[in-house]
Design a protein around this ligand. Structure first.
Ligand SMILES: C[S@@+](CC[C@H](N)C(=O)[O-])C[C@H]1O[C@@H](n2cnc3c(N)ncnc32)[C@H](O)[C@@H]1O
Length: 228
């Protein structure tokens, strides 16, 4: 296994036709849909989660909405003791990350094609050290806002899977999404949260974060601790 993911990036071009936003059904829980077609990602059976990783261990870190997965791979290469599970609703991107994992025999990454609106029941309770939720799609228009994954229910799902000393990391480049995160955290009541100082963050960059840094776009970050 290479110890530096960045040296591999050019070897695996991203799929050409990644739809920016997939069909609106993908953001609706399966039990609220009348028709579930083959474009809707399957639920994840609990039994296959640890089996999916080449090292056959269960995940202790999650990246929800991992997108083009640079962060996920960088994190995995820098933290070989951790197993990081990515969740991504865009099928081609999830499959791209599975291909990189398989071809490079990376023991500690796996990415499921899945929509996180269906919850995290496939993860063992109190088993996760870190959940990353970075640069979610902002869905700025009123009629789109129900597509946002971040909600009191989503925070309850994360609360359940986090260890008592686990952490939820949030980042966004949109001030209104940041405000929405703060309001939803307050409503949830399950977390203490703070804006981290730079040394507290110390994490690899995501694809979107690199874009923001290049364009000088400010980033809003939060670290949330479950009150357990
Ligand atoms: C703007 S991208 C950011 C990707 C990555 N975290 C980064 O920082 O570069 C947001 C990602 O979240 C994914 N996403 C949105 N809703 C999702 C859901 N319900 N379940 C899983 N992934 C979702 C999108 O497909 C997209 O890849």
């Amino acid at each position: 296994m290479e110890n530096n993911f960045d040296s591999l990036i050019g070897k695996y071009p991203y799929p050409r036709k990644i739809r920016h936003h997939a069909s609106s059904n993908l953001y609706i829980p399966i039990n609220q849909l009348k028709v579930v077609d083959e474009f809707y990602p399957p639920l994840i059976p609990k039994e296959i989660v640890a089996e999916s990783f080449l090292n056959k261990k269960a995940p202790n870190v999650m990246d929800i909405g991992c997108g083009k997965s640079k962060f996920l791979f960088r994190y995995a290469f820098g933290n070989p003791q951790d197993n990081i599970l990515g969740i991504e609703v865009r099928r081609l991107l999830a499959e791209w990350a599975q291909e990189v994992t398989t071809q490079e025999q990376i023991p500690n990454t796996w990415v499921f094609w899945y929509t996180a609106v269906n919850g995290l029941d496939f993860i063992q309770e109190s088993s996760i050290d870190k959940v990353f939720y970075f640069f979610p799609d902002p869905w700025p228009k009123q009629r789109q806002q129900r597509r946002r994954l971040f909600s009191v229910e989503f925070l309850a799902d994360i609360y359940k899977v986090l260890k008592p000393k686990g952490k939820l990391y949030l980042a966004t480049d949109c001030d209104y999404v940041h405000d929405f995160h703060l309001q939803t955290l307050k409503k949830s009541g399950h977390y203490e949260y703070n804006t981290p100082i730079e040394t507290e963050w110390n994490l690899p960059k995501t694809n979107k974060e690199e874009f923001c840094i290049e364009k000088n776009i400010p980033i809003f970050r939060l670290i949330c601790s479950p009150k357990k």
